[in-house]
Design a protein around this ligand. Structure first.
Ligand SMILES: Cc1cc2nc3c(=O)[nH]c(=O)nc-3n(C[C@H](O)[C@H](O)[C@H](O)COP(=O)(O)OP(=O)(O)OC[C@H]3O[C@@H](n4cnc5c(N)ncnc54)[C@H](O)[C@@H]3O)c2cc1C
Length: 370
């Protein structure tokens, strides 16, 4: 068994762990990321890649603001990652749309936007009519029922695997270590923390727990239960078509390679990751009403992934009760929040304060003393 002394160990190198580790390395700390594929923690490799700020969430205005803060940090981050990693990251910062299929839906989405604008003080979005939608996305033959869309100019879309790969390549180049190894256990040890892995033990003064749903197991030395549950998403992948969607459409998003990902389900079904065709058929039918061309194409793949969902749907950035040197990161939108995680969370993991907008995102809101 080997023992390695680190300033800080990040358990989990998915979207959240990689972004925060990148930020920590930028602070000159000796950081090691320990990550290995597991069956249930695949969200970072199963998502759509939306940088999505609109519709998240009227009842959580600070979380909504946090999304906008992250979106604004993205362009500089991806440019820097491309330079350091020497990998291209396909990304568009051109806004996003949610198509609507009836006058009622148009009105209710409009009301939501008005309320969001009031709650946030500022909101760069509005409802657009069909003519404006056709102007923004002229290559899509919209279905006859499409009467307009909710539009937000601060949304975007990124190739999520390219982003993850760029973090991976960049991490060692900014001084961090990435070790592919399965973590078995995390425990307090000699005033710091000991992480037991398939390849030996690693000791560190500080820890970040960013292992997705597996965080529920790793926090147990400090708290019996974590208010986070698996939220299943199922998607269909439609065969390649000419690239016509530089502005992403929520629910039927064309990838940079020309395929289209259909799906927006949120299901509460434990750790079940099977695709159930009758479930996803509803989204398939909706997508064909939005973009009838999809109905003429083949579905070439389908998959399911488990989002990491805090019980109140807001992110959790928190120290653990009684363990101020352990930082927990759990969010269901770790692609959208990646820039905020990379740029704004490192100080907190090193003992400083959370940024003002995120100060309500600790475990204190669930009654924990931390
Ligand atoms: C269908 C779907 C679509 C989505 N679309 C979007 C979107 O468009 N935009 C957006 O912002 N978000 C989206 N999400 C959510 C997003 O994918 C997640 O928020 C994000 O992936 C969570 O990242 P994470 O790093 O916290 O967790 P995970 O992705 O679960 O990563 C955890 C990491 O820890 C590792 N790990 C776990 N246990 C161990 C262990 N014992 N030892 C070693 N390593 C371990 C895992 O292998 C993994 O690499 C979507 C999710 C799904 C399922």
């Amino acid at each position: 068994m080997s023992t390695t002394e680190q300033d800080i160990i990040v358990v989990g190198g998915g979207m959240a762990g990689s972004a925060l580790a990148y930020g920590l390395a930028g602070k000159g700390r000796k950081v090691t990321v320990l990550d290995a594929p597991t069956d249930t923690n695949k969200a970072s490799r199963a998502n759509v890649g939306l940088i999505w700020c609109q519709s998240k969430f009227l009842h959580l205005p600070d979380y909504a603001k946090w999304g906008f803060i992250s979106a604004r940090l993205f362009p500089a981050l991806t440019k820097e990652l491309e330079e350091i990693s020497e990998h291209t990251i396909p990304v568009n910062y051109l806004g996003g749309v949610i198509p609507v299929l009836s006058a009622e839906e148009y009105a209710s989405r409009g009301e939501y936007i008005d309320k969001l604008r009031e709650a946030l003080g500022e909101y760069k979005g509005c409802m657009i009519d069909r003519t404006e939608l056709e102007r923004k996305l002229p290559g899509i033959g919209w279905g006859p029922e499409v009467c307009g869309a909710a539009w937000c100019e601060e949304d975007g879309v990124i190739d999520p695997l390219a982003l993850l790969r760029a973090f991976r390549v960049a991490l060692p180049r900014v001084g961090a270590t990435y070790r592919q190894t399965l973590v078995y256990d995390v425990q307090p040890h000699a005033g710091g923390y000991r992480v037991t892995t398939r390849d030996g033990v690693f000791d560190a003064e500080r820890l970040v727990l960013a292992a997705g749903l597996a965080n529920r197991r790793f926090v147990q030395f400090a708290m019996p239960d974590l208010p986070v549950y698996p939220d299943k998403g199922q998607v269909l992948l439609v065969e390649r078509m000419p690239y016509v969607m530089p502005i992403p459409v929520l629910g039927a998003t064309q990838t940079f390679g020309g395929t289209t990902i259909i799906g927006f389900r949120h299901e509460h079904s434990g750790h079940h990751t099977r695709v159930v065709p009758s479930d996803v058929a509803t989204e398939g039918q909706w997508a064909i009403r939005v973009w009838p061309e999809l109905g003429k194409k083949r579905v070439i793949r389908a998959w399911a992934g488990l989002r990491v969902m805090p019980e109140d749907k807001m992110a959790i950035y928190s120290h653990l009760p009684g363990h101020p040197k352990v930082t927990l990161v759990n969010t269901h939108s770790a692609v959208t929040m990646a820039a905020a995680h990379a740029r704004l969370l490192a100080d907190f993991a090193l003992g400083g304060d959370l940024p003002e907008t995120a100060q309500g995102m600790t475990l204190k809101r669930f009654g924990y003393d931390c």
